[in-house]
Design a protein around this ligand. Sequence first.
Ligand code: PLP
Length: 429
Amino acid sequence: DYGLSEADPEVRAIIDKEKQRQFKSLELIASENFTSRAVMEAVGSCLTNKYSEGLPGKRYYGGNEYIDELETLCQERALAAFHVDGKNWGVNVQPLSGSPANFEVYTAVLKPHDRIMGLDLPHGGHLSHGFMTPKRRVSGTSIYFESMPYRLDESTGLVDYDMLEKTAILFRPKLIIAGASAYPRDFDYVRMRKIADAVGAFLMMDMAHISGLVAASVVADPFEYCDIVTTTTHKSLRGPRGGMIFFKKDPVLGVDLESAINNAVFPGLQGGPHNHTIGGLAVCLKYAQSPEFKAYQNKVVSNCRALASRLIELGYMLVSGGSDNHLVLVDLRPLGIDGARAEKILDMASITLNKNSVPGDKSALVPGGIRIGSPAMTTRGFTEKEFVAIADFIHEGVQITLEAKQLVSGSKLQDFMKFVTSPDFSFVG
Ligand code: PLP
C-alpha cells in the first residue's frame, strides 16, 4: 500500500499546486473557507470505507457500531452548536451538500408542482431556491415545483417584504424560503413567519452562508421562527463539504417533519452516508461551541465592516449601503465596468473573488458587481487593518480594469495584454 506521492505523483502534483494557490492568494470568495487540519484528518480517514444506509440503530448493513456512535455524536453536537433543544428539534447530518439538502426538504414537504417562494437568484438567492428565467426552468427546483421568486427593493437593496407579502397572498405558496448566497443583511424572520402563517406555508431558512455566524449568535436566530433550517457545512461554519437539515419535532401543518425529512434523505434521494464527512463535521461542531469560534465569527463580521467602510471611503457603491454579515456586494456599474472583467483582472493578481449580479442587472454572465467575503482570510489571521489594505488592493485592481477597458476600447488589444503581464501590473507585490 503506497502513499499518494508514490502511488500517483500526477495527482499529488496537482494537489500541491492547488495548495500553493490557496496559500498565496487572497481568498475572498464569500462561500469559501479553510477548514482545520483536524477536520481534514477525519475526512481523509477509514470512515470513507463504510456503508451505513439508514440511521443510528437502524442500518441496512452490519458492522456499524462505531458509525452509529459517530453519527449520534455528530447529531448531538449539531443541536448543541445551534443552541437548540433535542426535545423540540431534530437534525439529519447525512445530506451530501447544500443543494441536495434543500431538494430533500422540498421532496419531504411538497408534492410535485406545489408552489414555493425563494429570493430570486439575480437578487442574491441560490439556484436551489427555485431559479428560472423567462425562457428556461434552470434549477431542478423550478422544474419539479412552481416557483415565484421574491425580490429586493432596488432602491434600498433590502428584501421587499411588502411585495413578498402581497405576492404570497395571491400565489399561496406551500413553502417560503429565507436565506441567500449574496445578501449582506440579515433576514426579518418575524415578518416572514407572519407571512408564512397568513398563507399556510412552511417557513424554511437556508443559512448556508451564515451558519457560522448563527452558531456564534452574531446574527439573528432563525431557529426561533422557522420550521426547517438547512445549511452547508463548509462556508462560515468552517467544516468539511457537506449539508445538514434541522426540523421541528412537533408536526407542522399536519406533517411529521422528522419522518418526512429523514425518509427524503434516505431512501428518497441518497444512498449510503459519507461517514468521513460526518466525522469531519462532528469535529467542526465541537469547535463551533468554543469561545475561540465565537471570537472568530465576531472578527469575520468586524473585518467585513472594516472592508465595507474603506470601500465606501474610496467612493464605491455597496448594495444596501453596507453589511451586517460576512460579505459585501459592490456595484461597479457607476464606474462603467462589469464584475466579470474586474474578477478576471483581480484573479491575475491572486485576489480571488467572484463576479455577482446586483439588483437591476440585465445579464447574469456579465453582471455589474463583485461579491467579497471575509471568512477565509479571517481564518488566516487577518484583522481589520489587513481588510482595509484588501479594499485598497481591490481599488487598484478596479482602476487597472478601467484603464484596461480604455486600452481595449481603442482596440489596442496587444497593448492590453502586454500591460496586464508587465511588472507594472503586479500591484499586490
Ligand atoms: N444554499 C446557499 C444559500 C448557498 O449559497 C449554496 C452554495 O453556495 C448552497 C445552498 C448550495 O450548496 P452546495 O454548493 O453545497 O450544493
